[in-house]
Design a protein around this ligand. Structure first.
Ligand SMILES: [Zn+2]
Length: 242
């Protein structure tokens, strides 16, 4: 095996022999690199302002659309998706579903005699929108661990969904239920889960939903409609779990 090095420098850098790949850089990636890969659209993984004129830049179509809708940045990129295999300077770049948010990918860099996996944020449990991430067949795995501590044990998605529906049923009987979540991620999951209710969606979620084809609910422009407004002073407020 040749020289292998992986480190974090406002982004994950993977070096093997004469190759260098940069994943999710939050600052202008240091040259030279063979490619820059983006795993998903969360702002702690992508900063569009540092990606202008970065080439080759690799991401999913959904991630590119999310960035364009949310940030107004159009980034020239190579589109990949789960199952994609791309050769860049003799390195095979494979893409896999990460199961985290719409468009999220894990990558494997196959250098011939070394396979390096980068999970990005990932989730092995299927959701109403996404299938769960599968294991990666690699020699070295670089893994995100936001909830890596074994103390984090969450109920199953099915239980969470049932509980959420019960909260919404209860709250909407004589008022409004307000659910809060990140615009990218919980925003789409809650929209899909509650699409059959009288649904209002906050604009920052709506712009992302629209480019992903999740055209459910009306835009909530600050206040619920007049016929509900007298209830609004005391809404049922619940935070969705992370
Ligand atoms: Zn994320």
């Amino acid at each position: 095996m040749g020289r292998f090095r992986a480190y974090y420098d406002d982004g994950i850098v993977v070096e093997y022999e004469n190759s260098r790949f940069v994943i999710d850089p939050l600052k202008k990636p240091v040259t030279p690199f063979n490619a820059v890969l983006i795993t998903h659209g969360h702002r702690d993984h992508v900063n569009p302002r540092v990606l202008y004129n970065v080439s080759p830049l690799i991401m999913s179509d959904e991630t590119a659309r999310i960035i364009r809708a949310r940030d107004g940045d159009y980034l020239r990129h190579i589109t990949v998706g789960p199952g994609s295999r791309l050769v860049i300077d003799n390195v095979l770049v494979e893409s896999f579903n990460a199961g985290h948010v719409v468009g999220s990918l894990s990558y494997v860099l196959d250098f011939g005699d070394l396979r390096v996996g980068i999970t990005g944020d990932f989730n092995v449990e299927p959701s109403i929108l996404l299938s769960g991430a599968k294991g990666l067949d690699v020699d070295v795995l670089i893994m995100e661990a936001t909830y890596g501590d074994p103390d984090y044990v969450f109920p199953s998605r099915r239980e969470v969904y049932e509980e959420l529906r019960a909260i919404v049923d209860d709250g909407t009987r004589d008022g409004v239920t307000v659910l809060m979540g990140q615009p990218l991620g919980r925003g789409q999951e809650l929209t899909a889960l509650l699409k059959d209710y009288q649904l209002y969606v906050e604009p920052s979620i709506k712009v992302i939903n629209n480019v992903l084809g999740l055209r459910y609910g009306s835009v909530a422009s600050g206040l619920p409609p007049p016929w509900l407004r007298h209830h609004y002073g005391n809404p049922q407020r619940h935070h969705a779990p992370h």
